[in-house]
Structure formats: structure tokens, C-alpha cells
Design a protein around this ligand. Structure first.
Ligand code: NAD
Ligand code: ISE
Length: 335
């Protein structure tokens, strides 16, 4: 049986996900799309023999659509995820699940009222081969109890519309989810340190930022977010345990020996760095819908990320250590 998917938001990542559902994933196809830019939706639909519908709600409520992918702008996510739950359809939502913790809670309540999981959030790093190896090492006890994590999230550059809070909400949110998942531990406080700003980009932007997190068990995480590093897209992560250290591998490329130099390339964007992870994310999402049991990042993970990013944003403004206060995790979302 083929799962027929409707996509809301046919911008950059929406088009990329449509391509992977069409060309990479088996057992699913895209049958309807929508975008506030209707011409864009029509152009995308014509390339895959799908229908462009006037609104996201038309896609969600279309009788031929079994499951929904939400890849519109962040502030519109909650509305579409809630509509998909009301229609009783599986929904994959790109991060963020919602832009406020309150909206995430509304989604959690609606999903629980429906009675089983329908929502998956697009935290694709959980599908990256390197991060998965690191998790196996940590879970297998090979470095003992994790004590410290050193992370870096560097983008080559960002547009002028990118503001300082986005370093937390748009960028660090990936590490916030990854750390919780890797350590199986909850983040309980956040602090942000502001180094001297790079002169290579916009005056309004605090870049880089150093974010410090503490977990419930007392592990400490430092994260450098530097979104105008100039040289490429660079994701680093090292976990220090009581008896060993595990480090994320760099993406493999050839080493060139020439002209008295030894060099390799640095990838330039998240699309390339996490291409395989995005593919696997969709392969596993579709397989889990066929099985009738979602296993990927849940609405609870989306809620936790929203609360932690709120605390980190507050820490960016205040310069203080800000406590993270989550509601009790419902049994519905496991332990
Ligand atoms: P984009 O601007 O390229 O595309 C967003 C599209 O949504 C646009 O075509 C816009 O017209 C459409 N849109 C806006 N409001 C809408 C509405 N109410 N109904 C229907 N369509 C609407 O942005 P993007 O880079 O593709 O990002 C989309 C989402 O994906 C964001 O939430 C972003 O955070 C997330 N994202 C995730 C990753 C990742 O690494 N997982 C990477 C990039 C973007
Ligand atoms: C973007 O939205 C992403 O999600 C990328 O993975 C991240 O590296 C980038 O900083 C964000 O702006």
C-alpha cells in the first residue's frame, strides 16, 4: 500500500522533502501541495504530477491525503499540526513544532485526546550515522558516565534577516534536541556568553555565542554557535565520559596531497551535511506509518525544545543562568 502525502509549504526544504519522498522513499508519494505563494505550489506540483490546492487546510482535509508534511514558516506550524490531528492524520512537522511552548502543549493535549501518536518533529540529526554511532557508544557504557560535551554549530553565513535570537531558536535547537537524545537526560538550565562579535557580518547580530547547558544528572554542555564563520558548514560534537571520549566524525572526503600541501574540503551547507540523515528520517517515518507505530522525535520533544530555547533566549538577553521548567512528562510519551 502507498501512503499518499500532502505537503504544506513548498519552499526550500519542502521541495527537498518532496524530492526525497518521490525519488528516495518507497511506499509513499506526494499527491497534493499548498503554499501561500500559489504559483510556487503549482510549479512544484506540476513537476511531480500532484495537485496544487488553494490552502494548507485544503491539503490536510483532502480525502486522498493520508499523511501531512508541514514545511511552511515556523509561526504557521502549530495551526497545521493541530488541523492534521483533528483530521486524524499522521503529520511530520519540520522544526520548530511551534514557536511557543503554549502551542506545543496544545498539540500534546490534542494528540493525547486522539489516543495515539500522530506527530513527528523534524530533528534529523537523530538519523545521522555519526550521531547514531556516538549514541551506541554512550548507551553501551564504553566511555562510562558522560560528564561533559563540547559542541560547535558553524554556518558559513546567514542573511541580514537572521537576528541574534535565531542563533538559539533556529540553529542551537538542533543541539538542544541532540543532547537530550544522546545523553537521555533533561536540560535544566541555560546560560549564554557573548564573545567579541565578528566584524565579517551584520552589526545587529551577536555572533558567535557560547551557550552553556546543565542536565538533570549534572553533565555540562558547551556549544559554540557561529553562523558567519566564512569557511563552511561545520558541526562538531565530543562527549567526555568517566573512562573515555567519543567524537563525531567529520564527513568523509578525499585527502589531496599536492603543491606541498595536504588538504580536504569542508561542506558548505546543512543540505549536504545532513542529506543522508534527511533521507533516512523519511524512510523510517514512512516505514513507521506502515507499521502503525511512530518512533521518531515526538511532540513532547518539540515541547521540551521550545521550553529550553525560551530559557536560552532569556539567558541571551539577561546574561544570567536561567532555569528550565518543564511540565511532567505524560506516560503517553514514554519515560
Ligand atoms: P522557505 O522560506 O524556503 O519556505 C517556506 C515556505 O512556506 C515558503 O514557500 C512560504 O511561501 C510558505 N508559507 C509560509 N506561510 C505559509 C502558510 N501559512 N501556508 C502555506 N505555506 C506557507 O523556508 P525553509 O528554509 O524551507 O524552512 C521551512 C521550515 O523548515 C522552517 O520551519 C525551518 O526552520 C525548517 N528548516 C529545517 C531545517 C533542518 O535542518 N531540519 C533546515 C532548514 C529549514
Ligand atoms: C537552519 O534553519 C537549519 O535548521 C540548519 O540545520 C542550521 O544549521 C541553520 O543554522 C538554521 O538556520
Amino acid at each position: 500500500m502507498t501512503i499518499h502525502i500532502g505537503v504544506v509549504g513548498t519552499g526550500m526544504i519542502g521541495q527537498d522533502h518532496i524530492r526525497r519522498i518521490t525519488d528516495v522513499v518507497t511506499g509513499a508519494d506526494v499527491v497534493a501541495v499548498a503554499d501561500v505563494d500559489f504559483d510556487r505550489a503549482e510549479e512544484v506540483a506540476s513537476g511531480i504530477n500532484a495537485r496544487a490546492l488553494p490552502t494548507g487546510h485544503d491539503v490536510i482535509n483532502d480525502s486522498l491525503v493520508d499523511a501531512v508534511v508541514v514545511t511552511s514558516w515556523g509561526p504557521t506550524h502549530a495551526e497545521y499540526v493541530l488541523a492534521a490531528i483533528e483530521a486524524g492524520k499522521y503529520v511530520f512537522c519540520e522544526k520548530p513544532l511551534a514557536t511557543t511552548a503554549e502551542d506545543c502543549l496544545r498539540i500534546i493535549e490534542a494528540e493525547q485526546a486522539f489516543g495515539r501518536r500522530l506527530v513527528q518533529v523534524g530533528f534529523m540529526r537523530r538519523y545521522d550515522a555519526g550521531y547514531r554511532s556516538m549514541k551506541r557508544v554512550i548507551d553501551g557504557g564504553e566511555i562510562g558516565s558522560p560528564l561533559v560535551m563540547h559542541c560547535a554549530h558553524r554556518n558559513r553565513t546567514v542573511p541580514e534577516s537572521y537576528h541574534s535570537e535565531m542563533a538559539v531558536q533556529d540553529t542551537a535547537v538542533h543541539e538542544i534536541d541532540t543532547v537530550r537524545w544522546l545523553l537521555d537526560d533533561e536540560i535544566v538550565s541555560a546560560q549564554v556568553i557573548k564573545p567579541r562579535k565578528t566584524t565579517k557580518r551584520f552589526e545587529h547580530l551577536q555572533d558567535p555565542q557560547i551557550m552553556l547547558f546543565e542536565t538533570a544528572s549534572g553533565a555540562r554542555i558547551d556549544l559554540e554557535v557561529f553562523v558567519n564563520c566564512q569557511y563552511g558548514y561545520d558541526i562538531q560534537c565530543e562527549t567526555v565520559g568517566e573512562t573515555g571520549v567519543v567524537r563525531l566524525p567529520d564527513p568523509a572526503d578525499v585527502w589531496l596531497r599536492s603543491s606541498a600541501q595536504l588538504r580536504t574540503n569542508v561542506l558548505q551547507g546543512w543540505e549536504q551535511r545532513f542529506a543522508a540523515a534527511f533521507d533516512l528520517e523519511f524512510v523510517e517515518w514512512v516505514a513507521s506509518m506502515h507499521d502503525g507505530r511512530l518512533a521518531g522525535p515526538s511532540a513532547w520533544d518539540g515541547y521540551a525544545a521550545a521550553v529550553i530555547t525560551d530559557a536560552t533566549t532569556e539567558a541571551l538577553h539577561s546574561g544570567r543562568v536561567v532555569a528550565v521548567t518543564l511540565k511532567d512528562r505524560p506516560a503517553f510519551y514514554g519515560s
